[in-house]
Design a protein around this ligand. Structure first.
Ligand code: GLN
Length: 239
């Protein structure tokens, strides 16, 4: 069915904080407003992962919830790796971004093994990094969001960041980088949800999905004045 787009949402119960579920709604609406039908596949712990999705979404979560899903995530990692490396557009927020790396070491020293799909690792710092953020991205321009994490993430030598952190801590409050951009995968500490105030990223994910399906990628222009206004307002907020 040419106009059916399948979106896989990983662990919607455990990994969904600071509005992350809104990313699914934004994608769903921007597809439906352009005449596509959307099938949402919610993957919960213990579910079989059978259907190859067109887009993968996964949100953030507390250390305890990352711990709850870790074994299931490792079990489905080979399929996720195959899809990510085949260019499936993927958006990973905070706790998910961390667990697609080698590992996340929590504040109490527990090492949660990651999928290893991305050459990065995360170690929790002493203080939580909380507040409004602005990221400057070559690919997406200015990105306005919110972060709330203790993890400090370090990218491997070959990985490219999503952008430079202009306001906020970003990956590790030290190297000035934010997130990761690998094939059609975006990993970031940007909550909000990120897609509501930065619809250009949603359209990137949609276009990549259509390209993979060998469908026309020219998208009808939508009226984004509210998203733009929200982004401007948020960018003027204090940290
Ligand atoms: N638990 C992780 C941390 O504190 C991720 C937090 C989140 O997803 N917001 O860094």
């Amino acid at each position: 069915m040419a106009n059916l787009i399948k979106i896989l949402q990983l662990y919607p119960q455990e990994l969904n904080v600071y509005g992350d579920n809104g990313n699914l709604l934004v994608l769903q609406k921007r597809l439906q407003w352009r005449g596509f039908r959307v099938k949402i596949i919610k993957h919960e712990v213990g579910d079989k992962l059978t259907t190859k999705p067109d887009i993968i979404l996964s949100g953030g979560g507390q250390d305890s919830n990352q711990d709850k899903i870790k074994a299931d995530l490792l079990a489905i990692a080979p399929k996720l790796k195959e899809w990510v490396n085949a260019g499936t557009p993927t958006l990973l927020i905070c706790g998910s971004y961390q667990l697609f790396g080698q590992y996340y070491q929590t504040g109490d020293g527990q090492k949660i093994a990651g999928t290893g799909i991305l050459d990065l690792y995360t170690i929790a710092g002493k203080k939580r990094l909380i507040g409004n953020t602005i990221i400057d991205s070559k690919k997406f321009g200015q990105i306005v969001a919110y972060e709330n994490h203790s993890g400090l993430t370090y990218l491997g030598p070959k990985l490219k960041p999503l952008g430079q952190i202009i306001k906020g801590a970003g990956n590790n409050n030290r190297d000035g980088l934010e997130g990761v951009f690998y094939k059609n995968l975006i990993g970031t500490y940007a909550h909000g949800p990120i897609l509501a105030k930065n619809p250009q990223i949603a359209d990137f994910l949609i276009k990549a999905a259509l390209k993979n399906r060998k469908l026309p990628t020219k998208l009808t222009k939508l009226d984004d004045h509210l998203a733009t206004e929200a982004s401007v307002q948020a960018s003027q907020r204090p940290r």
